[in-house]
Design a protein around this ligand. Structure first.
Ligand code: ADP
Ligand code: MG
Length: 234
């Protein structure tokens, strides 16, 4: 579903992503792990088409999406949904309006949008909150709105960048379960960034550890993080 072939990206003369080659299968759950500044977010931006590689190829579902210095597939054509740490929900819009935002931008007809919003709030169990503004919800509820919004346009790939770091332990655990359930139900490919070992372990995903823009460690397809022998030399 996602393939990086020798992908590099430089910011201000610094090699932030250094000749990375990775392959992520359709429907896989992958956790990108590693210390702050090692290039995790940049890798997500490259997948989403929000950053362009200086060299190397990025393939999405077998199609060349970007190649050295050129974006060949616009972000909105990549079928990617995103949930980032700062949720960026629109404060002046209701929960329903937030969720349908991407569908409005795509020009989906109103009836389809309504239907989709209804499905999404049921999916993330937010049915009672359709008409309230996000500011009145708890952190966990807001995170579920962000999830629903990302999933509304039925992405092939869901990118999550430290989505739980602002939540307390219990909420974080609850949303993790929610993400796992949604992943099983909907079958998208999940790339999840965290620097929390507990989160990585809990998601039971294949793990790719970055260090200074390089893949330092990668578990086998289907391996569990636990079995991959996550040592303490982090
Ligand atoms: P991580 O998500 O692992 O913490 P990032 O991918 O955000 O790491 O950043 C890696 C490095 O690239 C950092 O040094 C960061 O300052 C730099 N960087 C990331 N994005 C940009 C950008 N848009 N412009 C300039 N520098 C950037
Ligand atoms: Mg980051």
């Amino acid at each position: 579903m996602i393939e990086f072939r020798n992908v590099s990206k430089t910011y201000r003369g610094r090699l932030v992503v250094n000749a990375i080659s990775v392959s992520i299968e359709k429907g896989e759950r992958v956790v990108l792990f590693g210390p702050s500044g090692c290039g995790k977010s940049t890798v997500l931006h490259l997948i989403a088409g929000l950053a362009i590689p200086d060299s190397g190829d990025i393939l999405i579902d077998g199609e060349l999406a970007a190649t050295g210095g050129k974006n060949l597939q616009e972000p909105e054509r990549r079928g990617v949904g995103m949930v980032f740490q700062d949720l960026a929900l629109w404060p002046h819009m209701t929960v329903a309006e937030n969720i349908e935002f991407g569908l409005v931008a795509k020009g989906a007809p109103e009836r389809e949008r309504r239907q989709r919003v209804k499905e999404m709030v049921e999916l993330v169990r937010l049915g009672d909150y359709l008409n309230v503004r996000p500011g009145t919800l708890s952190g966990g509820e807001q995170q579920r709105v962000a999830l629903a919004r990302a999933l509304a346009s039925a992405p092939r790939i869901l990118l999550m960048d430290e989505p739980l770091s602002n939540l307390d332990d219990e909420l974080s655990l609850q949303i993790r379960r929610e993400i796992l359930r949604l992943h099983c139900d909907l079958g998208f490919t999940l790339v999840y960034v965290t620097h929390s070992r507990e989160e990585a372990r809990d998601l039971g995903a294949r793990m790719i550890r970055l260090r200074q823009g390089k893949v330092e460690f990668e578990s086998e397809v289907g391996d569990r993080v636990k079995e991959a022998g996550l040592s303490d030399n982090h």
